[in-house]
Design a protein around this ligand. Sequence first.
Ligand SMILES: [Zn+2]
Length: 347
Amino acid sequence: MRVLERLDELYAIGGGPGANRPHGSPAEDEAHRRAASWLADAGLEVEVDRHGNLFGHARGPASGERVSDTVSDTCWAGSHLDTVPQGGRFDGALGVVAAIAAVERVGIGSVVVFRGEEVGCIGSRALVAAGDPLPRAFLELHVEQGPVLAERDAPLGVVTGIVGYARGELVLSGHAGHAGTTPMVGREDALVAAAAEILRVREAALAIEGAVATVGQVEVEPGGANVIPSRVRLSLDVRAPDAERLEALIAAIGFEPSYRVEPAQFTGAARQALRDAIASRGLSPLELPSGAGHDAGILASAGVDAAMLFVRSLNDGVSHSPDELSSDEDVELAVDVLADALVATTR
Ligand SMILES: [Zn+2]
């Protein structure tokens, strides 16, 4: 299948191990060039916007004009081609090659390849912020990056929405002292205090359904093996399915977010079109939230009728890793469903 061959081609671009096409790298540029050539081969009108996002618009068979005169009444399908360092074969790339295949097959809609998804959805955010014309609907096919579909024995899932998240930090202060001569009683050890805070962060998330909270970085000062820590910085990454729960989690932990992204819900006809396309193949359309951010969330927040189709991740759902895997059969099925939904979503 050409979709799989193209995934291999993209995977090879940055060199191994894994996929290496970080945003702003020559490898991301090369991937965009490769995708542009595939768009042209598919007979689509290739366009690059001022933010670097790549488009391929379907053209009418008779006139050669775009199927829609204005992009505002059409449906886009696509994803991103940048990766984390040593990322997976499918993350982003699958949504792009599948969208090219689907738009070529049905001859309507537009393919979009966003820049810089892995570094905060730079391309889609810039497009939305600049007030550029937006589509009526957007379909993003993506690997699940989690174990839910595999556990439920479902090849595909329809995403209900994208969790909101906030980042920040907790700083604990104590008093430095000699590790040998300062008695245990009376010490003000900032790292001991931080240990209790890390456990408290975990308890706060466990108390709110669907919430997660992670301390991923611990910086200890002065950092000597024989010195009592005087200052500790803990990074915070907290996520919840809706704004209410996100707010409750932030309040429970007690920190001032330095960065915050509101949750996005997929509630429109595009999500229904994906459900219908899956059901028409005799499968039950399993629905699940996304714990990771995606360009579809940015477009949904801007009022676009966005929806996402997840493909089952194998290997326990591992992602952002060379071990990321989906089966050829599931990928093929996903492309078929995407094409059906594209037709149903385009007026
Ligand atoms: Zn992705």
